[in-house]
Design a protein around this ligand. Sequence first.
Ligand code: ADP
Ligand code: MG
Length: 604
Amino acid sequence: MAAKIVVLPESLSSKIAAGEVVERPASILKELLENALDAGATDITVELEKGGRGSVKVIDNGEGIESAEAPLAFERFATSKIYQFDDIYKVRSYGFRGEALPSIGAISRVEMVTRKASSLSGARVIVEAGELKSIADTGCPVGTSVLVNHIFDPVPVRKKFLKTEATEQGYCMDVITRTALSHSEVRIRVVAHGREILNIPATEDISERISLVLGTDFIDHMLPVKGVKGGMTVHGFASKPDFTRSSAKQLYYFVNKRFIRDYLLNHAVMTAYRRLIEAKKYPAAVLFIDLPPGDVDVNVHPAKMEVRFRNPREIYDIIVETLVHALADITPASSGEKGRTMPEGYGERVQEALKRYTVSSGSGKLFFNKTLTDYPKPRLAFGQIRENEASRGPAKEIRAEQEIPGRVQNFADLEYIGQFTGTYLLFSSSDGLILIDQHAAHERILFDRLKMEAARPGEKMMSQRLLIPEVASLSPGEFAVIVESMKVLEAMGIEVAPFGENTVIVKSVPAILSHVEPKKLFLEILEELSNAERTLGLEERQEKLFALLACKGAVKANQKLSEAEVMRLCRDLDATRFSSTCPHGRPVYISFSLRDIERMFKRI
Ligand code: ADP
Ligand code: MG
């Protein structure tokens, strides 16, 4: 092909440029909302048709645009927010690139109506596919309304990438949620398809806003957090460890009020919660990070969803320290008064996190001017994880199996009260109330048995031959993993053999897991083996697998147990060497002494 370099005509280049800013209706909405906020609006109405695929309209009561300047807003790089390059490191406004309106105008039809308070009449500007179609005087309220429709008509192929109305509306609502969280002072109303679906009044404080936007359930599980370091501040709310999510979607970060996604910040948050929440779970948080505009470059991403920090390490530190500090304040003793008890071992793990973090950040001292000893030592009922255990890595934590002084010795002797929410078994003892997590308990029993059987010298684990062997066809990579692990598996009572190209046959499973669907079990094992770090020793790998098998084989939550089954569980629990936590480190049981209960009821 004879390629020649040509300069693209403006009509074409603007459409290409628009692609960077306008991905979908939600991106249009984001730009319009930011313009409204930059104009100082305190009241914003959003109207969506067909989830934004039909049209997006934003009406604000901001300062408006001078009639004569209104068409200029659609010129590329026309902005009222900066005048020279360096200004972008000082701006506090969302916009400054002067790109949004021309980009939106290039791929749709835009009708803007705007008036300044000082003008008697306003202007109506219509732009279609990048061309100014009309401009006229009009009577209108002070502020600006921008209606965008015929979205992607000039670039029909982009339409194909749009999702269903419901999905697109979901994206729009995400944008609205973020805006509402960062601007409590602004009233926000959303009308979809002619029906009002959201109406959030201006609120004075952020917690009220959060409960209006994310629900009261959400805010009920949140702790206020606050930290200051140098010119930076962090404030907001973060979830208590008992409120976890299965994705990082509810981690909201606002840097100078701008919503951003950031790997570093996610990592910092996860570090603070490490060992306080289960693996593969995420906390929720709404964090506002404020720093001098010069310390953050927002001009690195077309939609400004990512930023670059000048001192990433400092941001990281302030986030971890702030969260760890807030989490340390909920000790079992203080939360018990509110009728809640944090999982046993919780307080110590927090202490450990504080220690670990202070040491690793090299400051030696927390910036809150508190030393570690200032934090109240948590009072734990019994069976807590021992001091040094808290510092072990997750793989080793499974080994915690020594006798714990003060543990309940005889579960079988306790008086069974009943099952609560199909998940917890309630018992009364001579001096209190005991709750057993049936899944965690059973998991612990199975784990112990698997380990004991594996430890018997010279004897193979009891396995159950499958009547009909399972055949699994795998990817070449998975096949290699299984072949490599055949010995480990065999020692665990799982007999696997190669069976043609990239195919294996599963012949037996551990006898105590014969009630679990073998294929499912095998696939879980495969996943665990594929994810396991190659550096793990044989024993550690086996322990991880035992933990997995125990989890799969154990009774689930929300499963009704007969009294006979409960008794059996108690006897089995009595026979285990360590019954205080499940193999993942979650508590098997929690107890409230009579004194605890009486104190909660303020009897003593
Ligand atoms: P930027 O926001 O980067 O400056 P835009 O293309 O989004 O660029 O907007 C261009 C200009 O139009 C803005 O600088 C502002 O002066 C004006 N403008 C756009 N929307 C509004 C609005 N809702 N209220 C007041 N002025 C607006
Ligand atoms: Mg803008």
